[in-house]
Design a protein around this ligand. Sequence first.
Ligand SMILES: N[C@@H](CCC(=O)N[C@@H](CS)C(=O)NCC(=O)O)C(=O)O
Length: 309
Amino acid sequence: MNDIILHHYALSPFSEKIRTMLGYKQLAWKSVTQPAVMPKPDLLPLTGGYRKAPVMQIGRDIYCDTALMSRVIERLQPQRPLLSAPLRASCAAFASLEQTLFLASIPVVFQPAGMKVIIKRLGAEVFERFRQDRAALFTGGIAPWPNAEFSKIHFLPLINALDLQLAAGPFLLGEAPTLADFICYHPVWFVLSNPGVAGQLAAFKNLLAWAERVRGFGHGTPTELDAADAVAIARSTAQGQPFDGPLLEPEKFKLGQTVSVSATDYGCEPVIGTLLHASVFELAIKRQDERAGEIIVHFPRQGFKVAAV
Ligand SMILES: N[C@@H](CCC(=O)N[C@@H](CS)C(=O)NCC(=O)O)C(=O)O
């Protein structure tokens, strides 16, 4: 099975980044709704511990982090390119802004008026679990839990810069969308999709028109898939996906060695397996899971660390 399977949940901004990219690429995909908080009993057998959303699956290959998913989507559907060579560094520059913009959007949404909407959507009990879950998510990594002060000094100045740049053209880097648009869209979507706080972006007319354009790409053609069926698909797929980029053995680690790979920012649960590939783009490890069978888990090289086990 070579279908794209996206493990995600409706409220997740990074998931919206990938859903919208799948829309722009006009792709069909399978949609698995995962919990917004731990435990995630049908996700962890696939990832081996990585718990963030979204996660992309193709057969027994599991892709963690939207930076890597974007590259895979571009490989699977090269038409309507998002990463053309002359704009690579510009997209990389936007990628380095992504976390600041995303983290700065959180306190905006979690102001009392926005929180009211979220509590209504999640229910008070899940919301309380959500709060505790997110406090745990931000322990052990280098990214601090974003507070109102962080948001104040970053969110509106960045939004204002995007708005000014969007006066020059329909998309951030010109006439056609690029990865930069999807990188910046999801934190804006997070605020705009919450009626309690959406009005705070009302003055940014170019940004609003652009967000409407990106929203118009839709989500492609998703079909619901049960989480347990996704695990069964992994188990029954023998064929693997290609690795991304030429081998570039990390200094201290040899292919075939048992390693742990973990994010460095937040949600840093280590995933342990045998190192299969290491390039400038990705780290891939093989692991064996009781339910899912032999799984290949892929991580971007940037933002992840490898340690010997
Ligand atoms: N760098 C990651 C960030 C993903 C991320 O922060 N996702 C949030 C949801 S939007 C998350 O995982 N929150 C905790 C959870 O859903 O369990 C990526 O690009 O995929």
